[in-house]
Design a protein around this ligand. Structure first.
Ligand SMILES: NC(=O)C1=CN([C@@H]2O[C@H](COP(=O)(O)OP(=O)(O)OC[C@H]3O[C@@H](n4cnc5c(N)ncnc54)[C@H](OP(=O)(O)O)[C@@H]3O)[C@@H](O)[C@H]2O)C=CC1
Ligand SMILES: CC(=O)N[C@@H](CCC(=O)OP(=O)(O)O)C(=O)O
Length: 317
């Protein structure tokens, strides 16, 4: 069977990248909307209801509207927005988050694709809380730098227009109420909200995030090797994982592998552990493409799970 896919918001940053990733797939038919009708409710409704899977690449309010426009019981949905990420009726689309998550996604009718920023934190912290190395009420600080495509079409246009005059390093969200905080809290297993300090850089695509850990206040201070082992063991047990864990090297003080653009164009997320046991300090860093594993790559990974297509098959399709 050839599955019909409709990308609502196909002309936007995330939608375009999904289209590119699906180009050449013979197991799918992409239902396209005429550019002049892309905000026409009747035409979107027709296509949403004709699709086997609708992928929503829209602002939150428009994504909620698309879900309301689906009148049948069959169209399945992957939503790239923030609208449904902590909704218990939606499966969270980070398949490597825990054993069994990919099966939940495969069976789900509604899948909320994860936010770009939350994935680096969930990937690095959830295994540490689950292993009891870091308590659930730990005062977590999480920060990182993202390429400007993370801000969508408008931010891309602004940065391109300003060119080299645009800020190289622009911290934002300094009221600490970023829309990703609820999702970060829920899926890491934290009982206290993390302090999140994001930065946009003057480059288009890619991100590096960091979770610094001041471990000296804990009754039992985990070593860097224990932190690395908990994370590596978690991902080793996940089939078809796109999350890699770099080998642990306590002597490594700096590494070009932390370049935010290192994984651009891929669906890979790599975790790195750095630690100084004598100082009871560690950092878990993540490198990935905000438009890859952070958005469109994850959406295609989830689509493949929902259609029962393996990653290898999808490349061959
Ligand atoms: N960029 C990123 O790194 C990531 C983005 N996301 C999320 O994915 C979603 C899409 O983001 P992104 O692709 O960056 O955003 P863009 O602004 O690049 O694209 C959004 C698209 O939706 C269209 N659109 C807006 N309102 C409507 C509407 N009412 N009906 C139909 N189409 C509409 C826009 O058209 P027009 O431009 O003409 O207004 C545009 O084509 C957002 O919810 C975002 O938060 C998730 C993960 C990462
Ligand atoms: C650089 C930049 O502005 N990034 C966006 C996040 C992009 C993203 O992936 O957020 P969603 O998944 O929720 O869309 C932001 O911080 O709001």
């Amino acid at each position: 069977m050839v599955a019909k896919i409709f990308i609502d918001g196909e002309a936007g940053t995330t939608g375009l990248q999904i289209r590119e990733r699906l180009a050449g797939r013979r197991d799918l038919e992409v239902l396209s909307i005429a550019p002049e009708k892309r905000k026409d409710q009747d035409e979107r409704k027709r296509l949403l209801n004709a699709a086997d899977v609708a992928i929503l690449c829209l602002p939150d309010d428009a994504a909620k509207e698309s879900v309301r426009l689906i009148e049948n019981d069959t169209t399945r949905v992957i939503d790239a927005s923030t609208a449904f990420r902590v909704d218990p009726d939606w499966a969270y689309g980070f398949s490597e988050m825990e054993k069994g998550q990919s099966e939940k996604i495969a069976k789900a009718r509604f899948v909320a694709n994860p936010g770009c920023w939350p994935q680096g934190l969930i990937a690095g912290l959830r295994p540490l809380i689950a292993a009891g190395l870091v308590p659930a009420d730990f005062p977590v600080i999480y920060h990182g730098i993202s390429g400007y495509s993370g801000g969508g079409r408008q931010m891309i246009e602004d940065y391109v227009a300003e060119g080299s005059k645009a800020s190289q390093f622009m911290p934002y969200g300094l009221t600490f109420q970023h829309k990703h905080v609820p999702e970060m809290t829920l899926y890491t297993g934290l009982t206290r909200e993390p302090l999140f300090e994001p930065v946009v850089g003057n480059f288009a695509q890619g991100m590096t995030t960091a979770l610094p850990l001041q471990l000296g206040t804990l009754d039992k201070v985990p070593t860097g090797a224990e932190i690395h082992a908990a994370i590596a063991d978690h991902f080793a047990a996940i089939p078809d994982s796109f999350v890699r864990v770099a080998p642990y090297d306590p002597a490594l003080g700096k590494t070009p592998a932390l370049d935010p653009q290192a994984h651009n164009g891929t669906n890979t997320l790599t975790l790195h552990v750095f630690a100084n046991d004598a100082r009871a300090q560690a950092v878990v860093a993540a490198v990935y493409d905000n438009l890859g594993k952070g958005a469109s790559g994850a959406a295609v990974q989830n689509l493949n799970l929902m259609l029962g297509v393996s990653a290898a098959e999808s490349l061959a399709a």
